[in-house]
Ligand binder design. Structure first.
Ligand code: ZN
Length: 191
């Protein structure tokens, strides 16, 4: 597959910091030629995700189509804050399609329902994350931190951050800011 990286599909901002911020399903793009996703159907005891399948099984093959509200905006805001505070640019990768059309945070069948266009964007999104990871890994021996922004479709006034460092050398801890993120002039830690 070739990468297209249209801005309405996937946002990719290359950085110069070992921090990657991602948001998989907070987007708004709704291509008219791509049908809406819906619950899958059980066929031979497995879930099949096919447009128009019947009967749709909301219990066993549940498909979430509501956007993780404001997670794209939170990722962008966090990106800006880090940039302003450090003078360095984190990597930013967001999938800009609405979750009703594509869920970049699911395996490919449930994510894209076999639609070529959706599969391409799913691929682009994950390729960009891979690209960012490889860039960080090649430049920072200590690895980096990836923060994946998630939310809730219901009315709680909070959101969820899923983060993991992709080097076993580091693990998430409360003072991650000073230990994980390489900020110019920051004191080095001996761990
Ligand atoms: Zn989520």
């Amino acid at each position: 597959m070739t990468l297209s990286f249209r801005a309405q599909d996937v946002t990719y901002v290359p950085g110069d910091l070992n921090l990657i911020i991602t948001a998989p399903h907070g987007g708004y793009t709704t291509p008219a030629n791509v049908p809406d996703r819906h619950h899958g159907c059980v066929v031979n005891n497995t879930c099949v995700f096919q447009y128009g399948c019947t009967p749709q099984d909301a219990t066993n093959c549940r498909v979430v189509t509501l956007r993780d509200q404001y997670t794209k905006e939170i990722a962008e805001l966090f990106f800006d804050i880090v940039k302003n505070k450090t003078g360095r640019t984190p990597y930013l990768v967001t999938c800009n399609w609405a979750r009703i059309k594509l869920d970049a945070n699911r395996e490919i069948n449930e994510a894209a329902f076999g639609n070529n266009e959706s599969q391409r964007v799913h691929y682009d999104f994950h390729q960009r994350i891979k690209q960012a990871r490889e860039a960080v890994e090649s430049q920072y021996s200590q690895g980096g931190l990836l923060i994946d922004v998630h939310g809730h479709a219901h009315a709680n006034n909070w959101f969820e951050l899923v983060s993991f460092s992709f080097s076993i050398h580091f693990s998430f801890r409360s003072h991650w800011w000073s230990t994980h993120i390489q900020i110019p002039n920051a004191h080095s830690h001996s761990r």
